[in-house]
Design a protein around this ligand. Structure first.
Ligand SMILES: [Zn+2]
Ligand SMILES: [Zn+2]
Length: 326
């Protein structure tokens, strides 16, 4: 891009971008957060936590475990602020690095507060450990971007396949796994690709990497780093502005994805399964036995119906016809 303007002009441009993406007057917020900390009685904690959310009118998903807390909620900005204050003042949860997105409405249909064995399920069983005891060095966005440029570095995506399909760091290793608990086996099968390399691992908000990077250290890899605050924080950083990330970031709410790269190098990496146009529009196949998640543009959904392919469409129509004949 040409830069014939002074730095003041560039600054003005930045302000316009920022306003468009984070209107000052948006009434709602979406919060994403986690905290690894010992929770004495998860059942009791979950009950009290649900009461708090209900009082504040928050919707979303919260997982409580003995090892900590993982949540994403939406609500009125004023109520989200109160929620953050309560958690910040509680010694158990103080020090959370909140990820806050403005929103015009709720992005969850209901509130769910669940007690689980782990806040994220890596499924290590007897070998499970706490990231409070073992986790890799965190890299701030700027240091992460610098490390990406080094020789002998591998970027390792610690998310599920349907997440990286619509966005990831350029050149990252993308394990084709549907679930986080599949990672340990995959790592053991692919040691060769990672051995002797500097490993940079990343996920949406950072929680999965807390444990996953610790697992990599346990497996004998020594040069391991994790992206502090995950992709979401990387995209918000005023200096790097998501540079080196392509596509959008999959999120587990009704928005489905959020933009990350706010530089001129931003581009989409996924495309409509029918016409091939650039798209990040996820749908679930209408034929229930299939129910596959696929990417489809609006025009093609209108033309072909909400099916992952013509086969599912035909099978579904045929079964309808058969029902009507009875
Ligand atoms: Zn299309
Ligand atoms: Zn299908």
């Amino acid at each position: 891009m040409e830069s014939k303007n002074t730095s003041a002009g560039a600054g003005l441009f930045e302000n316009i971008l920022a306003e468009k993406r984070s209107p000052m007057n948006s009434e709602y917020e979406v919060l994403l957060y986690y905290k690894y900390a010992h929770i004495e009685d998860p059942e009791d904690y979950a009950r009290r936590h649900r009461d708090l959310c209900e009082k504040l009118g928050l919707l979303g998903r919260i997982i409580v475990a003995e090892e900590g807390l993982n949540g994403t909620v939406s609500g009125l900005s004023s109520n989200c602020l109160k929620y953050r204050q309560v958690l910040d003042e509680d010694p158990v949860t103080s020090g959370i690095a909140w990820k806050i997105d403005p929103s015009e409405e709720h992005v969850f249909p209901r509130l769910s507060v669940k007690v689980r064995d782990e806040v994220v399920t890596l499924g290590l069983g007897e070998d499970d450990f706490s990231p409070e005891d073992l986790t890799a060095t965190h890299l701030k966005p700027k240091d992460w971007h610098a490390a990406m440029q080094e020789e002998n570095v591998v970027l390792l995506d610690a998310r599920n396949d349907y997440e990286w399909k619509i966005g990831r760091f350029e050149g990252a290793i993308l394990p084709p796994l549907p679930s986080f608990k599949d990672f340990p086996a995959w790592i053991r099968e692919h040691r060769g690709e990672l051995e002797g390399k500097k490993i940079l691992t990343y996920c949406t908000g950072g929680i999965r990497c807390e444990k996953f990077s610790g697992f990599l250290l346990k497996e004998g890899f020594t040069d391991v780093y994790q992206l502090d605050g995950g992709i979401v924080t990387y995209g918000k950083d005023p200096e790097v502005r998501g540079k080196g990330y392509e596509g959008e970031c999959y999120v587990f709410d009704q928005r489905l994805s959020v933009p990350v790269n706010r530089t001129e190098s931003a581009r989409l990496v996924s495309s409509c399964c029918y016409c091939g146009c650039s798209s990040i529009r996820y749908r679930n196949c209408l034929w229930m036995p299939c129910n596959a998640q696929f990417i489809c543009c609006e025009a093609c959904e209108e033309q072909h119906g909400r099916y992952c392919g013509t086969l599912c469409n035909e099978v579904h129509q045929t079964s309808f016809a058969a029902l009507n004949e009875d």
